[in-house]
Design a protein around this ligand. Structure first.
Ligand SMILES: N[C@@H](CCC(=O)N[C@@H](CS)C(=O)NCC(=O)O)C(=O)O
Length: 201
């Protein structure tokens, strides 16, 4: 049985949960409470030496780093495929995953750090403003990348998961999609409504 080392509020762990749900895979969740420091315990660091969630074990394989977990699941359980077959489109999906895992993730993580982890009233507004600016630049790029497609590379893919995973935090973080990004707004709503995304919690 697949074992996912998980924390319910973690957007990176949610990426793995979305892929597991989209593929209809059964798995066992092991809760790693990052608010209590479970991720730094030696027994967990023996699984993920970075001391972060998620991690996954399956059939003797131990995998960590959320996008590598998604790729592992897609390789091992290819139905339904969550990357395009065409090498050029597949590379484009990975370029967009890179955007999701770097500029986009960093901007949102910076806002999370200020809003959720600083004592009330002590959030650094300059950090938040800069992160919101970086985030808007990503969303404007996504508006262009989407074109008239339903999903980033046509059919739903791992690239969409990298962005869908943060969407539930937009409200609590007071993050808004810029008005000129109507396609991104519609796409994020479409993602929220997917069965697999909903099932991931
Ligand atoms: N690049 C890693 C980042 C994982 C990560 O930062 N996870 C957060 C939760 S979303 C975590 O474990 N934080 C606890 C800590 O850093 O101590 C991935 O994508 O898996």
């Amino acid at each position: 049985m697949i074992k996912l080392y998980d924390f319910p509020m973690s957007p990176r762990a949610r990426k793995a949960r979305i892929v597991l749900a989209e593929k209809g895979l059964q798995y066992e969740k092991v809760n790693i409470d990052i608010t209590k420091g479970d991720q730094k315990k030696p027994e967990y660091q023996a699984i993920n030496p970075y001391g972060k969630v998620p991690a996954l074990q399956d059939n003797g394989a131990t995998v960590y780093e959320s996008s590598i977990i998604m790729e592992y699941l897609n390789d091992k359980y290819p139905t339904p495929p969550l990357l395009p077959a065409d090498p050029g489109q597949r590379a484009r999906a990975r370029v967009l995953m890179h955007l999701g895992d770097n500029a986009y993730d960093s901007a949102l993580a910076a806002i999370v750090g200020e809003v959720f982890f600083k004592p009330k009233g002590q959030a650094d507004q300059d950090v938040i403003a800069k992160a919101k600016q970086d985030l808007s630049a990503c969303l404007e790029r996504l508006e262009r990348e989407l074109g008239n497609n339903e999903y980033l590379v046509g059919a739903f893919s791992l690239a969409d998961v990298c962005f869908a995973t943060w969407a539930p935090l937009f409200g609590p973080l007071q993050v808004e999609v810029p008005g000129q990004c109507a396609k991104v707004s519609a796409w994020l709503n479409r993602l929220k409504e997917r069965r697999g995304v909903k099932a991931a919690g």
